[in-house]
Design a protein around this ligand. Structure first.
Ligand code: HEM
Length: 304
């Protein structure tokens, strides 16, 4: 046995002894382990079996798969954000690296949205959408988690109620006043529509926990805790603004335009007053408001 092999075996012994395991049993296990293959590791067979149509329209497959691609990228984004959130003390270079990765993923989501806008025959879309009511992309839980983990809760509260909410407001109350509640509530009676009711039944309990978790660990709070010179670094500020604009204007507009192409004057499957709800100039969701000038804030979403 050469020196390198001995050193590795020493480390294996240490690792398993530390968890009260017999290292020899684990080494013996290696004798029987299957050699790894691409298909056992990446699991394409499982992944490629997750696309199930509800209709006979072939373009429905584009719709299903592109949503799934979005969910995979949302997961990659949350993976990076959580490394920032879960670190006790984050270095400036790690923060910047993670932020750039997160931005690149969102750039990809924005620039690929044509797959929806140009990707499906309108007649086919109008046929398969009828089988999807009352579901909506609105019900993507990961999208909401990206919001909770990117900014302070106050920046996600509906403008009309911001003055009534502060750091001492119970999470439950804040939840009822999140900006996206407007998409699912009758604005006169306050009654929630079926899309929102189903969404809350499935995810509300988890969302309340995550709101609490990210209250002190979201990207914006973490950024504010960086040393003064880092916070003022022009490149980092540029990267923060780029992320904010990509998520809250570029992606939103790519989505809005695709929706416009298919829906025209029709009602959305989720049932919102979507033209009003989705446009950034009305929604005004901004993750890092202090990084924008007064004028930029006033004109948010007007330049698109
Ligand atoms: C032709 C394609 C699409 C159309 C027509 C469309 C339409 C809509 C509409 C009208 C809404 C407003 C809520 C409602 O009443 O349903 C909405 C919300 C939403 N959709 Fe889509 N959508 C499309 C593709 C996508 C894709 C690919 C995703 C990616 C996961 C997505 C994610 C979302 C999200 C996250 C929301 C909530 C946005 C917010 O609250 O600001 N949508 N969509």
């Amino acid at each position: 046995m050469n020196e390198k092999t001995e050193e590795i075996i020493g480390r294996i012994k240490e690792k398993y002894k530390a968890i009260d395991q017999n290292p020899e049993v684990h080494l013996e296990g290696l004798v029987w382990a299957k050699p790894i293959t691409y298909w056992d590791y990446i699991l394409p067979d499982a992944l490629l079996n997750l696309q199930v149509q509800r209709t006979t329209e072939p373009d429905e497959m584009v719709f299903v798969m592109y949503h799934q691609i979005n969910e995979l990228l949302f997961k990659m984004i949350l993976w990076e954000i959580n490394q920032v959130s879960d670190s006790e003390e984050i270095s400036a270079s790690l923060f910047t690296e993670k932020l750039r990765r997160i931005s690149r993923y969102f750039d990809m989501l924005s620039s690929s949205f044509d797959i929806m806008g140009e990707g499906m025959a309108k007649e086919q879309y109008m046929n398969f959408r009828n089988t999807l009511t009352p579901a909506s992309g609105f019900q993507s839980a990961q999208y909401r988690l990206i919001e909770f983990s990117s900014t302070e809760l106050i920046n996600l509260i509906d403008y009309r109620f911001r003055a009534t909410i502060d750091r001492n407001t119970p999470y439950e109350h804040a939840f009822e006043h999140l900006y996206w509640q407007a998409a699912g509530k009758n604005h006169e009676t306050g009654k929630k529509n079926t899309m929102l009711v189903f969404f809350e039944e499935k995810y509300k309990a988890d969302f309340l926990l995550k709101m609490q978790k990210y209250n002190t660990t979201n990207l914006w709070t973490k950024f504010k805790q960086l040393p003064e010179d880092v916070k003022n670094d022009a490149e980092l500020i540029k990267a923060m603004r780029h992320y904010d604009y990509t998520v809250n204007v570029k992606w939103v507009m790519a989505h809005y335009e695709a929706a416009g192409k298919y829906l025209g004057k029709s009602e959305a499957t989720g049932g919102s007053d979507w033209r009003k709800y989705m446009h950034p100039k009305y929604q005004r969701r901004i993750f890092f408001p202090e990084l924008w000038s007064k004028e930029e804030l006033e004109n948010w979403g007007n330049d698109v």
